[in-house]
Structure formats: C-alpha cells, structure tokens
Write a protein that binds this ligand. Structure first.
Ligand code: PLP
Length: 362
C-alpha cells in the first residue's frame, strides 16, 4: 500500500516507513534536477559560511538584480521569498480573492492557501480526453466579473501540459477586461524547450493583472535552500505583498546562492540538454508499451496512465520501492484516479533502471 503522498520528494518519511537509508533512495517523485546543486553555488557557500553571523540585505538588491539579468524583468518588479511556497501564500493573502479558479489537477498548495484566506475555489478541469491540454474556450466562458483570480501552473504539475506565451496573452487580455488577476507558477519552466515559448516573463511589463512565481528547488536542485521569487508590475499589489512579508525570509546562504546560480550558464545549459534528451528517451521507449498511456510533457516529469485494470499506481509503487525506487502515486490529485502515476527524469543510468523496471511490469 502506498503511504507516501501529498508532496513528492518526502525522503524522510520514506526512510522512516520503508527503512531505506536516505542516500540509497532513488527518488523519481521529487522532480529535482539530477545534476544536483550547481558546483558554483556549493563553492560560494563553502567560502562564505561566516556570513551566517550577519543579516542579509533586507532589500535583497543584488539578488533581485541577478534575477533581473536572468529573467529580463526589472528588479523593481521582483520580490524574493522562502521558496515559491512563501510567495504563493503571500500573494494570495495580499490579493485576498473572494472567488478563484484553479486550473486542475495542480499542485495542492494553491487550493490550501486560497481556502485559508477564505476564497471560494472552483477547479477548472484539464481533461484526460484532451490530453490535459487546457481548453481555452471553455475556460473563458467560465470567467465572469465576480472571479478575482485564476491560478495556472505552467508547465503544469502533475500533467506536464503547458500554455504558450501567445495563449497566455490571449487569456490575460480576456482577464484584463473582467478585472481578473492571473497567477502563474513557473516552478518548472526552465525544463521546457525554448521553442515552445512557455516562459511568460516577457509579459510582466505589459500586464498589471499578472504575477509569476518561480522557485529554485527543482531546476537548481536546492529545495533545502528555500529560495523563490515573484515578478509583478502591479505596484499596488507588490507593495501590499511586501508590507505583509516577514523580513529576512530569505536567509544569508540562500541569498548568496541565488546571486551565483542564475549566472551559471554552463549548469543551466547542461541541465536543459540532459532533461530534453532523457525526456525524449522515456517517451520513445515507454510509447512502445501497450498497457500504459503517456502524456506529452514540457517539464522534468512525465504523467503516465495505467491501462491494465489489474495494476494500480499503488501496486507499481510497492513493486518499485523494493528496489529503493520511489515514484509518485498520483491518485490523490483531482481528476486523476488510482491508475495515474508520475515520475521525474533523473540521471541516464537511473532512468535506464526505471525503464527496465517499467518494461518488466507492463
Ligand atoms: C508547481 C510547484 N510549485 C511550487 C512548489 C514548491 O516550490 P518551493 O520548494 O520553491 O516552495 C512545488 C513543489 O513540488 C511545485 O510542484
């Protein structure tokens, strides 16, 4: 029986429940870049541990300027936070929407945060029939003026589906007319192919009903650092968010790491290349299996549907955990069922191992 759920990458629970030493776990559930933390970041932290004795710059100006260089968004339109999660919470609190729509299935924190602030929440389904690709016409029919916020994860976790910059612009124009804000969580955007144009940062300067949140946990393999940022050109909303934010929520080491990581072009290029090549390999090899269906992904994970009624995602989890392999049983996501699982892309060797195991099962 699968016991791990809610969020992937919960290695402490796996260690406790399955008695597997942490370093032996092959974690296909956490969506973390297999290249690990950039060496440039490790070196900078090693050299500067004494900085822990001082407070970080409360304005995080140099960090925000390095994010400006990386994203193309003016640093005055950027704030940093303790992972994407703090910023999701902060902006939802600042906006305090009465009525929200979440494009779903999606990361569970959006719904939790919205409900905590008292928003009524409607889930707009991405459907299996449409390969989890958003049906824009259906969505805009739902958007009337009493909706305050639409939440989109792009590329979406757990489906891997995505909207392009042009589709987002269409949605934003529609929302602008109705006074609706769009929140995009781009935690996985760096894993997408450049030619797909998933990155919506170029829209920030033109739309004051948009805010984009990103974290560094996945692409820069640093969930333990807790560093994220939000871009928004709506000064009123940004100032309100800043006024509600705890000071120094990005610690000195995360601040330092951020200043270095966004400039590490070698790491960024290598990561994109490895993920794109391995994603192609997974799709090519797994498409040959008749008992599963794969969904196209522009992220570092792939959603898979089991077509054999005798096998559930929980069964697959149980089989693989015996080899210290952890995948994400995706059955707890809205609109998915007990036959959906998600796995992320790791090193070529680990991916080959998972491929072999999946071929044996299916
Ligand atoms: C879509 C999405 N957003 C945000 C997060 C959390 O990011 P962070 O570690 O930056 O808080 C996750 C973690 O799984 C995620 O999948």
């Amino acid at each position: 029986m699968t016991i791990i759920n809610q969020h992937g990458g919960d290695l402490d629970s796996i260690e406790r429940l399955y008695k597997i030493p942490r370093e032996k776990i092959i974690d296909f559930s956490g969506n973390i870049n297999p290249l690990g933390v950039p060496e440039s970041v490790k070196n900078e932290i090693k050299k500067n541990t004494d900085l822990i004795c001082t407070y970080p710059d409360s304005d995080y100006k140099i960090l925000r300027q390095s994010i400006e260089e990386y994203t193309g968004v003016n640093y005055e339109n950027i704030i940093v936070g303790n992972g994407a999660t703090e910023l999701i919470s902060l902006f939802i609190k600042a906006l305090s929407p009465k009525k929200s729509i979440i494009i779903s299935p999606a990361y569970s924190e959006y719904e939790r945060e919205l409900k905590l602030t008292g928003s009524s929440v409607e889930l707009f389904p991405l459907t299996e029939d449409e390969n989890f690709k958003l049906n824009m016409q259906k969505l805009i029919q739902k958007l009337d003026s009493d909706i305050d916020l639409v939440v989109l994860c792009n590329p979406n976790n757990p489906t891997g589906s995505y909207l392009t910059l042009h589709e987002i612009e269409f949605l934003l124009n529609f929302c602008l007319d109705k006074n609706i804000f769009l929140m995009i969580d781009e935690t996985y955007v760096e894993f997408s192919d450049a030619d797909k144009q998933v990155d919506a940062m170029p829209l920030i300067k033109n739309y004051n009903n948009l805010f984009i949140i990103r974290g560094t946990s996945k692409f820069f393999a640093s969930p333990g650092l807790r560093l994220g940022y939000c871009a928004c050109s709506n000064k009123k909303l940004l100032d309100l968010a800043v006024s509600k934010k705890d000071p120094w929520s990005v610690n000195m080491l995360a601040n330092l790491a951020g200043i270095v990581m966004f400039k590490d072009t070698e790491f960024i290029k290598n990561s994109k290349n490895i993920i794109a090549a391995e994603r192609k390999k997974f799709i090519r090899e797994l498409s040959k299996l008749k008992k599963i269906k794969l969904y196209d992904s522009q992220s570092n994970f792939i959603l898979l549907k089991i077509l054999d009624n005798n096998i559930s995602a929980a069964n697959v989890f149980d089989i693989l955990i015996k080899d210290n392999i952890v995948i994400r049983d995706a059955s707890d996501f809205p609109y998915l069922g007990s036959n959906f699982l998600r796995f992320c892309i790791l090193s070529p060797e680990h991916n080959d191992l998972l491929l072999l195991k999946l071929k044996n099962i299916f």
